[in-house]
Design a protein around this ligand. Structure first.
Ligand SMILES: Nc1ncnc2c1ncn2[C@@H]1O[C@H](COP(=O)(O)OP(=O)(O)OP(=O)(O)O)[C@@H](O)[C@H]1O
Ligand SMILES: [Mg+2]
Length: 510
């Protein structure tokens, strides 16, 4: 008898031009939280898709054993039947349906077409309560915040009697509080005997929660470590296994010499679309100078994204305010106006707004820049190809070619394509909203270097980030937003975690 609940042996999975998994072995003990880490494109999500039957038996080599029994999953249903539930990088809920409908979707209580909604509601309440999720089973998913949606996904897994729960970057889009809540729920589930496989780029969380860590690199298993034993890894240890080298420096700080004011925003106010009485952005004024990185800090919901999106012509109704670019007043009514004026915006929501998934890397990187490339209204193919290749190389986008469909890239590599796309527009002002979310630690460093290069070339960068170390590590100046208002500004040399948090929570500097 094996003492592993799950064993994946010698898994090989190939896609055209890519060996995504190269003889991977992965063993999980019952009742542990097992973290699976690795750089973007290392093969984590692919391994999970092999496990769940998304990539069916026959499309890969190697074996899967659950409770010592060999399994040949052909469909997701097959893996669910032995108690495996996966929460994918993209949530799988139906937004227009209610919580209870989502919970029992495909596993309806009662006979087909005759769902007993009373029973379903009672059961839904039971699972919601277990997860301390205070929502009505009848609430629509689209009205719940992302943190709650995540918990509904877990409730759904519990409703299916999952014994092995797999979470692929569950906290990538969660705020700190929702993340902490999720982690504590995972611990409770573990204590009740649920086994958990946890994929994350947030190594702090991994250190906090994992009993065991397995590292993948380039489709190979690099090692598995017991986090309670003498081989326990610290963050630097995990990183060096992940990237195969020591990574001593996290932020390549360069002293920029900011020049003249490029963007000037005065008295900017925006109506809250949910509540016309309220201002979601309230009388904000700030400047951005040539050749600097301006960090925008604040808590989740403070209005940072709304501020920047409204400047870009992509959000809300402006109540007051002016915006000047190089001294010229701008009148931006749409993102197209903004792009024409020389602004570029990399959104936090890369799937929704940033990328055309059905197009290939080349088409995506040049999409926003088409009008620059097609001066005589013919797209300059060679130029397009040259630029796309340049970006693939400098951002180290892992793809067999620039002709690859973006939807086939790993999550982090999709993010790099978005960045490449906007950098190609040669903007005067580049707005980056959570630029390194879901990006591994090595690639983050590359993105920071590219930001520095752009700034050297005279671009000014505005960076919104919830990762305080990133804001403090990269910005020349930080403005802090609290409840839609600007609550202070700090030069990088004086900006500490404490000072920034104080301003972000509405405090004032003495
Ligand atoms: N359907 C597919 N078709 C072609 N290539 C694919 C497909 N799915 C994954 N790949 C490739 O397999 C490799 C592994 O991707 P995978 O999504 O498993 O990475 P990951 O470790 O989850 O990365 P991330 O941290 O960015 O999510 C990548 O090179 C990716 O481009
Ligand atoms: Mg992935």
């Amino acid at each position: 008898m094996s003492d592993h609940i799950l064993e994946m042996k010698n898994i090989v999975k190939e896609f055209p031009g890519v060996r995504a998994l190269d003889n991977v072995s992965f063993q999980v003990k019952p009742g542990e939280i097992h973290a699976l880490v690795g750089e973007n494109g290392a093969g984590k999500s692919t391994l999970i898709k092999v496990l769940s039957g998304v990539h069916p038996n026959g499309s890969y080599q190697g074996q899967i054993h659950v409770d010592g029994q060999e399994q040949r999953f052909l469909h997701i249903k097959d893996s669910e039947n032995v108690g495996i539930a996966v929460i994918y990088q993209e949530l799988g809920l139906v937004p227009q349906m209610s919580v209870v409908e989502n919970l029992f979707l495909g596993a309806e209580k009662g006979r087909a077409y005759r769902i007993d909604w009373d029973v379903a509601n009672t059961e839904a309440l039971k699972y919601l309560k277990e997860l301390r999720l205070d929502v009505s089973p009848k609430a629509l998913i689209r009205n719940l915040g992302i943190g709650k949606q995540q918990l509904v996904e877990i409730a759904k897994a519990l409703a299916k009697k999952a014994r092995i729960l797999v979470l692929d970057e569950p906290t990538a889009a969660l705020n700190e509080q929702d993340s902490a809540n999720l982690l504590s729920i995972l611990r409770e589930l573990r204590d009740r005997g649920v086994t958990c496989i946890y994929i994350s780029h947030k190594l702090g969380e991994v250190l906090e929660i994992a009993d065991t860590v397995t590292v993948l690199r380039d489709g190979k298993t690099i090692g598995t470590r017991d986090m309670h034993g003498p081989e326990r890894l610290d963050e630097a240890g995990i990183v060096s296994l992940m990237v195969g080298r020591e990574l001593t420096e996290r932020f390549p700080r360069v002293e920029h010499t900011p020049g003249e004011v490029v963007l000037q925003v005065r008295d900017w106010s925006v109506q809250d679309p949910e509540n016309s009485e309220k201002r979601i952005v309230d009388n904000v004024s700030f400047d951005v100078r040539k050749g600097e990185i301006l960090g925008v800090a604040g808590l989740m919901g403070a209005g940072r994204t709304e501020l920047m999106m409204s400047l870009f012509g992509a959000y809300g109704k402006r109540l007051s305010g002016t915006m000047l670019l190089n001294g010229q007043q701008l009148n931006i009514r749409s993102p197209l106006d903004a792009i024409r004026a020389g602004l570029a915006y990399v959104t936090e929501d890369r799937k929704g707004k940033g990328l055309v998934l059905g197009m290939d890397v080349r088409e995506n990187t040049s999409l926003a820049a088409l009008k620059y490339l097609s001066r005589f209204s013919i797209i300059n193919r060679l130029e397009e190809i040259r630029r796309a290749e340049e970006y693939v190389k400098s951002l180290r986008i892992k793809t067999p070619s620039i002709e690859q469909k973006v939807k086939n890239l790993s999550g982090g590599n999709q993010q790099k394509v978005v960045l490449g796309k906007w950098m190609l527009t040669n903007p005067k002002v580049l707005i980056l909203d959570e630029p390194t979310r879901g990006i591994d630690i090595g690639a983050k460093f590359e993105i920071y270097n590219i930001m520095n290069d752009l700034v050297e070339k005279g671009v000014c960068i505005v960076m919104i980030s919830s990762e305080l170390p990133e804001v403090l590590g990269m910005s020349d100046r930080v403005i802090v937003i609290h409840q839609g208002r600007l609550n202070g500004e700090l030069h990088w040399s004086e900006a500490t975690q404490e000072k920034t948090m104080l301003l972000a929570t509405g405090g004032t500097e003495k």
